[in-house]
Design a protein around this ligand. Structure first.
Ligand SMILES: [Zn+2]
Ligand SMILES: [Zn+2]
Length: 270
């Protein structure tokens, strides 16, 4: 079943293929602007995290300015700020075995990102994905991330029961939008989440790791495949590591993990 976001994207795509639609665009754009202006007078749009009135978009300038982006130099495994060094590895990650080759987290997990992720994940505001994915895309371009050479983009899988309850996998939606931006294929049939487990949120580091150990199954042969794995938040990395291990076990050559956000106290498990 299509999510509301997917339905909107699909209808947008159909419209662009229709010549009448294209011909009527100038008139419709003018009409749309007029309707939007009238709508804004009676039903002003509100900034999603703070509720302030805004003219367009999802965020007021103040909330936009509060977003903290994670910029280099960062540890390649935990995205911790480090002094520039040859291997881009912090002391905590050095000498440990990591099931992925690089982690890029785009923002620090603090307001307004906390509220946006909450609305996106738990309140069915799945259309916020467009804003979140574009924040990711712009930052990735800014730091010089090159998506060429990757075979596909995928996301941290969600167990089918959880997917049924929530209706969508937020990581899937972000990955799909990023695959459009970067023009590399999106695949969501690679990883299977086989384990119904309690939420990771309140568990200790050790329990988180145990909770997701062997949770993910990859059936396809991924020999020599270079993969981008997307998730919304990097906390301890327990889920992401488990996912990456399953991909590596099937031969994945390179895995780059992209997350929208990283908790400030993120402590990596290895
Ligand atoms: Zn605001
Ligand atoms: Zn590190």
């Amino acid at each position: 079943m299509l999510t509301p976001l997917e339905t909107r994207l699909a209808s947008q795509k159909d419209n662009l293929n229709d010549p009448c639609y294209v011909k009527n665009q100038t008139f419709l754009t003018g009409l749309k602007e007029y309707i939007t202006a009238a709508k804004n007078i009676f039903f002003p749009q509100l900034c999603m995290p703070c509720g302030q009135k805004i003219l367009r978009g999802y965020l007021c300038a103040e909330c936009q300015g509060k977003i903290v982006f994670l910029s280099p130099s960062l540890c390649r495994y935990c995205a911790l700020s480090i002094d520039k060094n040859l291997n881009q590895v912090c002391k905590g990650c050095a000498g440990k075995i990591h099931p992925y080759d690089r982690l890029i987290s785009v923002t620090v997990y603090k307001e307004p990102i906390v509220s946006l992720i909450y609305l996106f994940k738990y309140k069915n505001y799945d259309y916020i994905a467009e804003l979140l994915a574009s924040l990711m895309q712009r930052h990735l371009l800014k730091i010089g991330f090159d998506a060429c050479g990757y075979h596909f983009i995928t996301s941290v899988a969600m167990h089918k029961h959880k997917l049924k309850m929530r209706g969508y996998n937020q990581a899937d939606i972000l990955a799909k939008l990023l695959s459009n931006y970067f023009k590399i294929p999106f695949k969501n049939d690679i990883i299977n989440d086989t384990n119904i487990r309690s939420s990771q949120t309140k568990l200790t580091l050790y329990k988180r790791q145990k909770n997701v150990k062997d949770a993910f199954i990859v059936k396809k042969d991924l020999k020599n495949k270079r993969i981008i794995l997307v998730d919304d938040i990097f906390t301890t990395g327990a889920t992401i590591r488990s996912c990456c291990q399953a991909l590596k076990n099937k031969g994945a050559e390179i895995i780059t993990v992209l997350t929208l956000s990283k908790t400030q106290q993120a402590k990596i498990l290895a």
